[in-house]
Write a protein that binds this ligand. Structure first.
Ligand code: ZN
Length: 245
């Protein structure tokens, strides 16, 4: 692998192997991976996705709320019917090694200037960081300049300027962002985007310059939908992949 400062940042893969493979192929070269949780749930390929994530170079991987529910660390009553069904299906399928891997994952980690969480710095597993008020409280809870999070499946960021005001923005495909102020940022979802763009989302971070590049990549959605149907999982989870919701 080529020497680079590039970190591949991925989140919310949700057992979508086809989307994950498309992202990994498009993202090279990278020599470090931050995975922000929800490796599984909704999708048809939980074991395969965990195997590939485990094999990534210099991996830092966080626990997501779906991962936590599958290993029994979060009440599944807090999930909707279809999500519960996929959690139970995933539980029945995961092998021992992959369950053990999920059980070791942290819910928050600090790496230099960056804090990594699935939800938010206040409520690591389940808080959705999609509005300015929640972002302002999250900045107060942060001990680092920058935070990367997943969970909402939306490529959104919040920046706190020198006047302490918090501004939201959405990242476009190909957008380059140089972090100059405290920033909380979401790369979007690999396996189940929810911003009306069905393409898999990921980001590349150059840690030497704190520069983020947002990316989207197409993948074979019908192949994943077919596996969801074959597994007997919710038709809704197949349908939403086509439109990105
Ligand atoms: Zn998720």
């Amino acid at each position: 692998m080529i020497e680079t400062d590039n970190v591949l940042i991925i989140s919310d893969i949700h057992a979508n192997l086809t989307a994950l493979n498309a992202v990994l192929a498009a993202a090279e070269p990278y020599n470090e991976v931050w995975c922000l949780g929800d490796l599984i749930g909704y999708g048809p390929d939980p074991n395969e996705v965990i195997e590939i994530i485990k094999s990534q170079p210099n991996l830092t991987c966080l626990l997501g709320n779906h991962d936590a529910a599958v290993i029994g660390n979060l009440e599944i009553g807090s999930f909707n019917f279809d999500a519960r069904k996929s959690i139970l299906w995933t539980q029945s399928l995961l092998n021992k090694e992959n369950i053990a891997f999920l059980k070791e994952l942290p819910t928050i980690i600090e790496l230099g200037k960056y804090t990594l969480v699935h939800g938010s710095p206040r409520f690591h597993l389940w808080e959705y960081l999609i509005d300015v008020d929640t972002a302002a409280m999250s900045f107060d809870a942060l001990r680092t300049d920058f935070c990367v999070m997943g969970h909402s499946h939306i490529p959104i960021r919040f920046t706190k300027n020198s006047g302490e005001q918090v501004h939201p923005s959405l990242q476009e495909d190909g957008e380059v962002i140089h972090f100059q102020h405290p920033t909380i940022i979401n790369p979007g979802s690999v396996g189940q985007p929810r911003d009306q763009d069905p393409r898999a989302a990921y980001a590349i971070l150059d840690r030497s310059t704190d520069t983020w590049i947002q990316h989207r990549v197409e993948y074979d959605i019908p192949a994943v939908q077919q596996r969801i149907h074959q597994a007997g999982l919710s038709a809704r989870h197949a349908m939403r992949l086509s439109d990105g919701w």
